[in-house]
Design a protein around this ligand. Structure first.
Ligand code: IMP
Length: 428
């Protein structure tokens, strides 16, 4: 099967944008299958920074088609902003972009509710991206949602009435806000309909056809598996399924359509928003990671919390997603450290050491670290494993051995070229 799933193994922000862009050059189709503009996939091309929240990050490769599949949620305004930039920079996307009719639309009050609800939680705030993700998925599962396909239905205005009958009392009575009027929402949606009409198509069918023709398909995960609504650090999670489990239902294809799985991890760890982060370093070293890694959320600009690579949590994510090979990103951020910490296990209260933990275990024990001597040599110009300083190579080989997976890709800088491709990577 000529397909590859690209999955974040941490709390998102593993550098998926860069890797998707790089890998897409070898593929025919890239799809987002979950999430929405809470993602911020950053791509650097020739010194120019692009951040994709809605469009699949492969779009800058001219020979690829991209799709936003059924399991995604879509905020049209953000999509249109991305289109405007593509137009301004002369990137053709119109003939290459598919939006599935089953995608749910994020409406302006979803964003309002997201913010109000998270604030109302007080100390138990999740620290969402306030992009309306949770409220939109909530309405999807409560079967009130408005989908892209509904824009073309004569029943659209009735659907809005049903929706507002549920939403407005919440806005007014719980949050003391003005209700939303049907006409305003209808007018906005009709304008959206006119703009996206040419793009609407069945993404699942396209994947099935492409795979049948032996074309290559890339499944672009957003967020990371530790944020999965079922299998992550609930309730400090997003509202979708960023792992391989989300691909089949999020597109509408057989799970057997997933050929290989590449798991992405940074060479250290970060998390944005609230929730457990056992290997977080709140001291000087954490600050240094934050600075050198330029760790700010691409969607919200918030400072990311920083810490050390957590092998036990990675083992959980790897086994849950059937990962075949690893991509380790931002190795170069560690170039300037005398000591690098690596969490190799968790000491339980009975003194035993756990080699694997789950993100929803509230008492995983104390992280056990090994301290590794840093290499103190720049790696951003390195293009092969052999050229890496010995200690950097040993660090990567240790990760690969501990996780029992081959290294496929190593990223040593933001640019496309700053990528080390290992011989085992199946899509060269
Ligand atoms: P939501 O997805 O906006 O509802 O946010 C829920 C949690 O997931 C918050 O902790 C966010 O910071 C986090 N989150 C959502 N999307 C991303 C992402 O793309 N990268 C990293 N964290 C994310």
């Amino acid at each position: 099967m000529e397909s590859l799933a690209l999955i974040g193994l941490q709390w998102g922000d593993e550098g998926k944008g860069k890797v998707v862009d790089w890998v897409s050059a070898r593929f025919d189709l890239t799809l987002r299958y979950q999430g929405g503009p809470n993602a911020g996939h950053t791509v650097w091309v020739d010194g120019e920074r692009w951040v994709f929240h809605q469009m699949p990050a492969g779009i800058l490769n001219p020979n690829i088609r991209v799709a936003i599949a059924a399991g995604c949620v879509l905020y049209p305004e953000t999509l249109f902003e991305e289109w405007e930039r593509l137009d301004a920079e002369g990137v053709e996307y119109r003939s290459r972009t598919i939006i599935d009719p089953r995608v749910h639309l994020i409406l302006p009050y979803h964003r309002l509710l997201d913010r109000l609800r998270d604030e109302a939680r007080g100390k138990a705030r999740i620290g969402t991206t306030a992009r309306g993700i949770g409220p939109c998925y909530q309405e999807k599962y409560a079967r009130y949602g408005i989908r892209v396909g509904d824009l073309f239905s004569p029943k659209l205005s009735d659907r809005i009435d049903v929706l507002l009958g549920y939403v407005n009392p919440i806005l007014e009575k719980v949050f003391d806000q003005e209700p939303f009027g049907r006409q305003r929402i209808l007018d906005d949606l009709l304008a959206v309909r006119d703009r996206i009409r040419p793009f609407v198509g069945d993404a699942a069918e396209v994947v099935k056809e492409y795979l049948a023709q032996g074309k290559k398909v890339l499944f672009e995960g957003a967020q990371g598996f530790l944020l999965d609504v079922d299998h992550g650090s609930y309730p400090y999670v997003t509202s979708s399924h960023p792992g391989t489990g989300g691909i089949s239902s999020g597109i509408g294809i057989s799970p057997k359509s997933i050929g290989k799985v590449i798991g992405l991890t940074k060479a250290y760890a970060t998390r944005v928003g609230a929730g457990p982060f056992p290997t977080e370093d709140e001291g000087e070293m954490g600050c240094k990671l934050q600075e050198l890694g330029n760790e700010f959320g691409a969607a919200t600009g918030r400072k990311r919390r920083c810490g050390w690579l957590d092998l036990p949590l990675l083992r959980y994510a790897i086994r849950s997603n059937g990962v075949d090979g690893l991509a380790v990103t931002k190795l170069d951020v560690l170039d300037d450290f005398d000591v690098i910490k690596l969490c190799i296990g968790y000491r339980r209260s009975d003194g035993s050491i756990a080699k694997e933990i789950t993100p929803w275990d509230e008492n995983p024990g104390e992280p056990v670290y090994e301290e590794i001597e840093g290499w103190r040599v720049p790696t951003d110009g390195v293009r092969s494993l052999e050229e890496l300083p010995d200690r950097a190579r040993a660090y990567l080989e240790r990760i690969s051995r501990e996780l029992d997976l081959p290294l496929w890709l190593v990223s040593v800088g933001q640019d496309r070229k700053a990528t080390i491709v290992l011989p085992d990577f199946p899509f060269k």
